[in-house]
Design a protein around this ligand. Structure first.
Ligand SMILES: CC(C)(COP(=O)(O)OP(=O)(O)OC[C@H]1O[C@@H](n2cnc3c(N)ncnc32)[C@H](O)[C@@H]1OP(=O)(O)O)[C@@H](O)C(=O)NCCC(=O)NCCS
Length: 214
């Protein structure tokens, strides 16, 4: 058990967060809906395998609904969603898909347009989101949940030194199947120990969770 610091109950998010020279995060705005929809629509076949909501997002109006709900969520202080701008082009979306201020934890969710894969965009962005959660929001725990077979997505928390804590058996229903999900987490104390060394190795292996296939 750890003694917690107090955390601001309704965080105020900045309009943009700089990741590095190439990447900037911008809070999703109403006028971004057509760009977000176009990016998703162009990668539909590859995204739908892991993101079941893709099949129910058929028009720009559906994406406008997502932006609207994101704003409501942000207003309640329960998380935020940002566009990932890579060299000025929208490459994907990342967010705190939920933020629990009482227990000081957040879950990060993300996706990239297909052609933006393989450049480290998400690993770099996710690392910044983790720093932001601990440093700026003062959170205690950051979680990432990934389908056990989603090798590319599992590689991200693994590169960032998250601990695979538990296998949530058959906890998501997608494409007619109940899927197993790996819960990864990083605690504030682990993040603090990494210090200036950047990406860490996990401090401990965590309970047995199936490995990603090579
Ligand atoms: C999950 C997803 C974001 C991963 O995309 P990705 O491009 O593999 O991840 P990154 O942007 O971090 O890039 C990592 C790749 O770039 C390479 N890379 C290049 N420069 C890099 C850098 N500076 N840092 C890290 N990796 C780098 C890595 O070697 C890796 O390539 P590899 O897969 O051939 O080993 C993407 O596949 C996706 O959107 N999938 C569909 C939606 C989804 O599954 N969302 C997650 C649900 S939990």
């Amino acid at each position: 058990m750890a003694i917690g610091k107090s955390v601001r109950l309704t965080p105020r998010y900045p309009a943009s967060i700089r990741v590095d020279d190439e990447i900037e995060l911008r809070l999703v705005r109403d006028r971004d809906a057509p760009r977000i929809f176009a990016l998703m629509d162009g990668s539909r076949e590859y995204l739908r395998k892991w993101l079941p909501w893709v099949d129910t997002t058929r028009t720009v109006a559906d994406t406008e609904g997502f932006v609207h709900r994101a704003h409501e969520q942000m207003g309640r202080g329960e998380g935020f969603h940002a566009g990932i701008e890579y060299r000025g082009a929208l490459a994907g979306i990342i967010g705190h898909v939920y933020l629990d201020p009482v227990n000081q934890r957040a879950e990060i969710g993300y996706w990239l347009g297909e052609t933006f894969q393989g450049r480290g965009i998400m690993t770099r962005t996710c690392r910044r989101m983790v720093d932001y959660a601990f440093e700026s929001l003062g959170l205690h725990r950051v979680e990432i949940r990934v389908d056990v077979d989603n090798r590319k997505s599992r590689a991200i928390p693994e590169r960032l030194g998250f601990v695979p804590e538990v296998l949530l058996r058959e906890s998501v229903h997608a494409h007619g199947q109940f899927r197993d999900i790996v819960m990864y987490a990083k605690l504030r104390g682990e993040w603090e120990l990494e210090g200036s060394r950047g990406v860490s190795k996990s401090l401990h292996g965590g309970p047995a969770v199936p490995r990603t296939e090579e």
